[in-house]
Design a protein around this ligand. Structure first.
Ligand code: PEP
Ligand code: MG
Length: 323
């Protein structure tokens, strides 16, 4: 099997009917990039920047962050790199920030909510990213966006820092796309309104599933409700993709679901443009996609979206794709 996968390492990702999608990787540190390139990644779909902030006793400086972002961008050359701004809170704690204990941390003061209230943390990260943009193909992504105002506010701070840096004489790319994670149902439902203002979406199914099903992703007792193939999830994903495409924007997915062999045919049929997964899943996914017809998967779309249970979905996909 490894040998079959290896054939696809330097190939574009193409379906049996000649349609192309992008297979990107999720990373946590600059050291992960080697593995991405070895596994034929066409980009970074999610750089989780939390690791820069974790496992130490103070915030990383702008300089430290700049070095990390620049390193990833340089290693990737002209391939796209989506960097997500700080997504702290929920399951990811920072002891030196002394955040209040919350009853429901997953529904609490986290990610963009924290950053918008703590500009002294947010702005240095944005400055580091903007400065690093001169060294590659950077895209910036905000996590946990629940309202359009949050996006506008984050984007305004970014624009403000960009102008400052230019005044200070720094070189900043003028081609940086700015997008959001879609991982909160409110955002998925009105994706059409967001699509007019963002450059791209990346669907974060790890959180989107837990918030849609009201089932904590860390709680074993309710894990039976954690259903990626539930038609409710598929309908939300479809809403996001249709909204983006109607505004000429692209949509990726960076949750675990993007690398799953049952989900891949479904997502292909729904029109997903970019699949971001762990590096080791890329070649198996590319191999699988080479045997799938996008036209055929698209023809199953309405049927899948109108199903009632995850089980029906899985059974149908397995039958149609010989799994
Ligand atoms: C997600 O929520 O799907 C995601 C990719 O982000 P994280 O797993 O870091 O919350
Ligand atoms: Mg998330």
């Amino acid at each position: 099997q490894k040998e079959e996968w290896a054939k696809f390492k330097d190939e574009p990702t193409r379906t049996s009917d000649g349609e192309q999608v992008e297979l990107a990787a999720n990373i946590g540190t600059p050291d992960d990039v080697t593995g991405v390139l070895e596994n034929g990644g066409e980009g970074i779909g999610l750089y989780r920047t939390e690791f820069l902030y974790m496992g130490k006793n103070e915030l990383p400086t702008e300089e430290e962050q700049f070095d990390a972002y620049k390193s990833v961008l340089e290693q990737m050359g002209d391939k796209p790199v989506v960097v997500r701004t700080l997504d702290i809170g929920g399951d990811k704690e920072l002891n030196y920030l002394d955040l209040p204990k919350e009853l429901n941390p997953f529904l609490g003061f986290r990610a963009i909510r924290f950053c918008l209230e703590n500009e002294q943390v947010f702005r240095p990260q944005l400055r580091a990213l903007l400065r690093a943009s001169a060294y590659g193909n950077l895209k910036i992504m905000f996590p946990m966006i629940a309202t359009l105002e949050e996006f506008r506010q984050a984007k305004a701070i970014l624009t403000d820092e960009k102008e400052d840096l230019k005044r200070e004489g720094y070189k900043v790319s003028d081609k940086i796309e700015v997008g959001i994670m879609v991982e909160i149902p409110s955002t998925a439902v009105i994706a059409k309104a967001f699509a007019k203002e963002v450059d791209f979406f990346s669907i974060g199914t790890n959180d989107l599933i837990q918030y849609t099903m009201a089932a904590d992703r860390m709680n074993e007792q309710v894990s039976y409700l954690y259903q990626p193939y539930n038609p409710a999830i598929l309908n939300l994903i479809n809403t996001v993709i249709e909204a983006a495409h109607s505004e000429g924007k692209w949509v990726g997915m960076c949750g675990e679901m993007a690398g799953d062999s049952i989900a891949i045919p479904i997502l292909l049929g729904l029109g997903l443009d970019e699949f971001s997964m762990s590096a080791t899943s890329i070649l198996p996914a590319r191999t699988q996609l080479s045997g799938l017809s996008k036209e055929k998967m698209t023809s199953y779309k309405e049927k899948l979206l109108s199903m009632g249970t995850a089980e029906e979905v899985v059974e149908f996909v397995k039958e149609k794709t010989d799994q």
